[in-house]
Design a protein around this ligand. Structure first.
Ligand SMILES: [Fe+2]
Length: 276
């Protein structure tokens, strides 16, 4: 992270930031401590994990689970830094609860109608998606060879969905305003990319459906996600949803003005200005 501490503190002050939330792909074990150092004490920080945060060496991925990495790897690092790990618990502020987590993908956004190769009439199959790609074509989805492999993709998506919805329901029962921060997207419209093979791995479609059920969406003031690296925005069931669209080359964020209920994109490294 090449943020300068003084610049970041000035940015927080200028924008009257009351909490910092990161929507996953921390990428580096030092990030929770680094965020705390940059922000100083007194500003609550919450992080959700991203798919890259579960990547491990091939020899270890078979022995680890998503739960191991969440609770035995990331939670101690977050606890040490005084950062809330949203995959484990909510950030309860005075009148706002921030809820979140990784999310994963359930292939609900997989494109059934694209073909396996230009000019061919062979459709993509579920098996191709489970393998992470067709060898030699379109590249491979790296998670399939780097993430914990003990549970099926569908089972992990179901567990993620249940845990996140459970924490959202807790926040709704608590009362006050509810903000949600996910890594993967809950609605395909938040992808930002043209439909392609990799859309299958962009998010958890059944999680999106559950958000629309039982009046949850009406109680969620803002949902923020990331993962696909392109910004997008939409209203679903009355819920304002934003894909931050942060990328390796351009670290983007949003500032949410909770009084005006307005979102502004900012360039995190410059610490200022709308950059969409
Ligand atoms: Fe990601």
């Amino acid at each position: 992270m090449s943020l300068k501490e003084n610049d970041f503190k000035a940015f927080l002050k200028r924008n009257e930031i009351t909490a910092i939330v990161v929507c996953g792909d921390l990428g580096n074990d030092t990030v929770p401590a680094e965020l705390r150092r940059l922000a100083g004490e007194g500003v609550p920080i919450a992080v959700a994990l991203g798919n890259h945060d579960f990547w491990r060496h091939p020899e270890r991925r078979d022995r680890l689970t998503f739960e191991d990495l969440t609770l035995r790897h990331w939670k101690p690092l977050c606890d040490e830094a005084g950062v809330i790990l949203l995959d484990e618990r909510n950030l309860d502020l005075a009148d706002v609860t921030i809820v979140g987590g990784y999310g994963h993908y359930d292939l609900g956004f997989a494109m059934q109608t694209i073909l396996s190769d230009e000019g061919s009439a062979i459709p993509i199959t579920e098996e191709d998606y489970l393998l992470g790609g067709m060898i030699g074509k379109r590249g491979m989805w790296q998670d399939v060879v780097k993430m914990p492999s003990g549970k099926s993709l569908f089972e992990e998506a179901r567990l993620q969905r249940g845990a996140i919805v459970g924490r959202i329901d807790e926040a709704i029962v608590r009362g006050g305003r509810v903000l949600v921060a996910l890594h993967t997207i809950p609605f395909h419209e938040l992808n930002g990319h043209e439909p392609d093979f990799f859309r299958a791995y962009s998010g958890n479609a059944l999680l999106g459906l559950e958000l629309l059920l039982k009046g949850r969406a009406e109680r969620i003031e803002l949902l923020v996600c990331g993962h696909t690296h392109l910004p997008a925005e939409g209203i679903f069931g009355g819920m304002h949803c934003v894909n931050v669209g942060s990328d390796y080359r351009q670290l983007q964020g949003i500032v949410y003005d909770s009084f005006m209920q307005r979102v502004q994109w900012v360039d995190i490294l410059r610490g200022d200005g709308a950059c969409r």
